[in-house]
Design a protein around this ligand. Structure first.
Ligand SMILES: CC(C)(COP(=O)(O)OP(=O)(O)OC[C@H]1O[C@@H](n2cnc3c(N)ncnc32)[C@H](O)[C@@H]1OP(=O)(O)O)[C@@H](O)C(=O)NCCC(=O)NCCS
Length: 440
């Protein structure tokens, strides 16, 4: 008799899945606007990209796909012998070009719809039929005469029918937008798909705007730039001679960010799996443009004292925190941790060891303009980590006004007699605060 060996669990697979799970939860129910040009549609990776869209959809992400059609339009125009010149990189669209353009845009839309509808045979998403919808969601107006040049049927986005799009997303449909818009007078205009994507993301208040480009590696002398904030993008655009595609993506990303889209990603469709890597791994694969600053939680040092005083003085004046002199802050600076953004101290918290088993949390404060962003909770988690690493099992906090917040963070009220002896003596001379304890 033969016994078959137990199949081995592949640790890297389990590791990957465990690390991706938080992202799956974070993205569920969120709205992503994803834009790709006609070049992506012609690329061999496009089939797998469609499967990845289907996968995102199945994970509960609301998707709006915006496609371009530049190479397909150019081919059609060439075949029809129609000249459609560019002026400052903007196409001038003669009325005679419209049938060729409509044919190219329509064909791509049909192709995407067909690929999403065919049950995704031979793919990991086999059996997941998806309803894709398109419609007159984009209203356009003529780009008009600029520098004396009439752009004819070239248009720009005037408005987006948010209600209709949201309604479709709510019903689990993927919404497809092309580079076409309809005017109030019933005319059809040729639009830039990047503008459609940007306008849709801003109007919908999308959680993410994603640009899929060919050469999407944005680097600074060979170093891939994983994260940028809008000001850096603007500087980068001024200083670099970038290709048109990246140039436009970055410009749109910066505008989107300033108009309330939390995150814009620029990713390469030519790298198989780059979209999933960007969305479900910590390091990602492309460039993220967001307003999220490079905030850092770290141990405080003597240079932070001035920033701490600025943060704490108003709270001390209101009687929310006990007054601490500059000298005291300097002496005790090693007990403090801070959140810093671009040199500004946004929050702080201190940890004072009491005995071999416990420590006291004090002076938890977040700048009023930066509250409710879980910075307070993050600071507390940072202190808890420090306490654990010192083998401590109990945290105390004494507070007069912030009791509920600490309860929400897992603290429970205890009698002052629970404090270590030495701290009890000081307590009885103090502000009659309530005592809370958390077991680590
Ligand atoms: C308490 C404090 C540090 C929280 O910072 P934060 O970054 O806003 O904290 P989080 O984002 O993690 O938590 C915000 C939540 O706590 C709630 N909260 C804030 N202060 C609270 C208080 N005093 N009592 C009860 N809940 C409070 C907010 O309403 C918010 O609730 P929500 O989820 O319903 O929106 C900040 O409000 C602060 O600096 N307060 C003044 C200083 C202070 O009281 N320090 C504690 C003394 S040691």
């Amino acid at each position: 008799m033969t016994t078959s060996a137990m199949p081995q669990i592949k640790p890297e697979y389990v590791h990957w899945f465990r690390n991706s799970a938080p992202y799956i939860n974070t993205h569920r129910g969120k709205t992503f606007v994803i834009m790709f040009g006609g070049e992506a549609v012609n690329h061999p990776n496009f089939n797998t990209l469609i499967h990845d869209f289907a996968l995102l959809h199945s994970l509960g992400i609301k998707l709006v796909l915006v496609h371009g059609a530049r190479p397909q339009i150019e081919k059609n125009l060439q075949e029809a012998g129609i000249v459609s010149p560019l002026h400052h990189d903007v196409r001038i669209t003669p009325r005679t070009a419209m049938p060729s353009i409509l044919q190219a845009v329509g064909a791509i839309r049909l192709q995407i719809e067909a690929q999403l509808s065919m049950g995704l045979a031979n793919s990991p998403m086999y059996g997941s039929r998806i309803d894709a919808v398109s419609g007159n969601f984009v209203t356009a107006r003529p780009y008009g005469i600029r520098d004396g040049v009439d752009h004819q049927m070239t248009g720009e986005v005037r408005s987006i029918d948010i209600e209709a799009i949201k309604n479709n997303l709510l019903h689990d449909h993927i919404v497809i937008l092309g580079s076409m818009g309809y005017s109030a007078t019933g005319e059809v205009f040729n639009l830039l798909s990047e503008d459609v994507a940007l306008s849709a993301a801003v109007a919908l208040g999308a959680d993410k705007l994603i640009f899929l480009g060919k050469e999407a590696d944005i680097n600074d002398n060979g170093r891939l730039l994983h994260e940028m904030i809008p000001n850096e993008v603007d500087r980068f655009l001024r200083e670099r001679d970038l290709n048109n595609e990246i140039n436009y993506f970055l410009h749109c990303a910066s505008v989107a960010c300033r108009q309330g889209v939390h995150r814009t990603h620029i990713i390469s469709y030519a790298k198989d799996g780059a979209l999933l890597e960007e969305l479900f791994t910590r390091d990602g694969s492309g460039t993220l443009i967001s307003h999220d600053p490079y905030e850092e939680i770290r141990h405080a040092n003597i240079d932070d004292v001035v920033g701490l005083i600025e943060l704490l003085t108003p709270l001390e004046e209101q009687g929310i925190l006990v007054s601490r002199s500059r000298e005291r802050l300097e002496q005790e600076i090693d007990n403090y941790s801070v959140i810093e953004r671009d040199g500004m101290i946004l929050g702080c918290a201190a940890l004072y060891p009491l005995d071999a088993d416990s420590a006291e949390v004090a002076c938890v404060a977040v700048h009023p303009e930066y509250r409710n962003g879980s910075r307070g909770a993050d600071l507390l988690a940072f202190l808890e980590q420090q306490a654990r690493s010192h083998g401590l099992h109990k945290l105390f906090v004494l507070t007069t006004r912030t009791a509920h917040w600490f309860v929400e963070q897992g603290f429970a009220e205890v009698d002052a007699s629970a404090l270590p002896k030495a701290r009890q003596e000081k307590y009885h001379n103090g502000r009659n605060s309530k005592v809370f304890q958390k077991t680590l």
